[in-house]
Ligand binder design. Structure first.
Ligand code: SAH
Length: 208
């Protein structure tokens, strides 16, 4: 299987719809984000081990969540649980050179793995992506507010810090237990919430 075939399948199954996100999936090849021994499975539509008990997310889940997030050129996006850096790279492609993506990962070795992976992308200029080691449940105050916040590890509820660090008009897409929640900030203290069921995620590990 090739990346082209994976992308075609995700379009056919209705997960990928938006041209910008389709282009991102074509440019930011998943094979660059998996360990050597997993490269032969890179285009399979399932999660793959990346070490430290973690996985690179399933392509259909990433596609579904990015379609909900609607990343746009010029936006500043916080990516929590950046793991291999694949989704971080996809987001960077979407926001473009006028935008910025900040990835937070709690496992130092994975933060380094992601740095190597995104560093090797010809389509993403250096400096557009900032990767940090830390607890993403706290968000990242120093770069707030964000246009969008996305998480790849499931909490039991949306951390308060994410809501506080989101712009009015902004959006959070995050797994809560086995479902995906979309939170839109309508005003300073008004949030609109939607849920999508039937997914599975690794847990968000936090002291918060
Ligand atoms: N989008 C990534 C997903 C990796 S899985 C990819 O496709 O590679 C989710 C990641 O969240 C794991 O790497 C895990 O270590 C990380 N994680 C879990 N709890 C976290 C926390 N509190 N802060 C930051 N990262 C966390």
């Amino acid at each position: 299987m090739t990346n082209e075939e994976l992308v075609e399948q995700l379009i056919k199954d209705g997960y990928l719809k938006t041209q910008l996100i389709i282009d991102a999936f074509k440019a930011i090849d998943r094979v660059r984000f998996v360990p050597e021994e997993q490269k032969q499975f890179a285009y399979k539509n399932y999660p793959l081990p990346i070490g430290f008990g973690q996985t690179i997310s399933q392509p259909l889940t990433v596609a579904f969540m990015l379609e909900l997030l609607e990343p746009q050129p010029g936006e500043k996006i916080l990516d929590i649980g950046s793991g291999s850096g694949w989704q971080t790279g996809l987001l960077a492609y979407c926001v473009g050179t006028e935008g910025k993506v900040i990835g937070i990962e709690r496992i130092p070795e994975l933060k380094e793995f992601a740095e190597e992976n995104v560093g090797s992308l010809e389509t993403i200029p250096q400096g557009m992506i900032k990767l940090l080691e830390g607890d993403g449940a706290k968000g990242f105050e120093a770069e707030a507010p964000f246009d969008k916040i996305i998480a790849a590890a499931a909490a039991h509820s949306i951390p308060t810090a994410w809501k506080e660090q989101l712009k009015v008009g902004g959006k959070i897409v995050a797994p809560i237990d086995e479902s995906i929640h979309v939170l839109e900030r309508k005003s300073q203290d008004e949030f609109e919430e939607k849920r999508y069921f039937g997914f599975s995620f690794v847990p968000l590990i936090s002291e918060e």
